[in-house]
Design a protein around this ligand. Structure first.
Ligand code: DC
Length: 223
């Protein structure tokens, strides 16, 4: 019987993680878990409640009384906060601009990481984020660090926004992506870095299918 392994995919915003992870999960009949959506959900709720995003204690007390659930659907992973579907709301420019600040709090990370570990405990998961291989799933059988040039990542976010009806400018996206890269990789709590045992995959010149196939091939070897 094939082993239901854990696949960890890390990398900066716009590297193609979620699109590719979803295809890999679907092919293997695994569960796809988008951990960025969890940090976004916390940010979204805090903004709605006018909680200061630099107030780690207030954020923690909000999070402790918040119910976050992930549900797979034909459209990919849906995320519910206190039983309300916030899957689209968490993609707004406002949440995107503020999420790095929330994700930098060690106490918030600790709570979300525990949830992520529980979700992955039985294997059969493809989980993407920034610290999955280095921290959340240190024993994952397959670890991928995915990246692409800032230029290409800005182009992808632009197209993604267009398809969601969100207006944006490539120039601004490039600046936002560079800033988020900096915040995510220079923060003290679980910064974005490639795990020693992770394989580097540059998707700048790869099609989505080529990248997914490369990971599927590696996954099948491990299974
Ligand atoms: O992948 P994304 O753009 O949806 O992630 C949103 C933010 O959450 C991103 O700025 C970094 C943070 N994040 C994190 O710190 N750790 C994770 N495992 C996933 C996301």
């Amino acid at each position: 019987m094939e082993k239901r392994i854990q696949i960890a995919i890390d990398g900066p915003a716009g590297a193609g993680k979620s699109t590719i992870a979803k295809i890999v999960a679907e092919n293997l009949s695994f569960t796809y878990i988008d951990t960025g959506a969890m940090y976004r959900a916390v940010t979204h709720k805090a903004m709605q409640q006018n909680i200061k995003l630099d107030d780690a204690a207030a954020l923690e007390s909000m999070l402790r009384s918040t119910n976050i659930t992930l549900k797979p659907s034909s459209k990919g992973q849906l995320i519910f906060v206190d039983n309300v579907d916030v899957s689209d709301a968490i993609r707004s420019n406002e949440v995107t601009a503020n999420v790095s600040q929330v994700a930098a709090h060690a106490n918030i990370r600790e709570i979300l990481v525990a949830m992520q570990q529980q979700l992955a405990a039985n294997g059969g998961v493809v989980m993407d984020g920034r610290d999955i291989a280095t921290h959340v799933l240190k024993d994952a059988e397959l670890k991928i660090f995915m990246s692409a040039s800032v230029e290409e990542r800005a182009r992808r976010r632009f197209a993604d926004n267009e398809s969601r009806g969100i207006k944006s400018s490539i120039e601004r996206l490039r600046e936002e992506i560079s800033l988020r890269d900096k915040l995510d990789s220079e923060r003290e709590a679980s910064p974005l870095i490639q795990a020693e045992d992770a394989l580097f995959l540059d998707t700048t010149e790869l099609t989505i299918n080529a990248a997914a196939n490369a990971i599927l091939k590696l996954a099948k070897e491990k299974m």
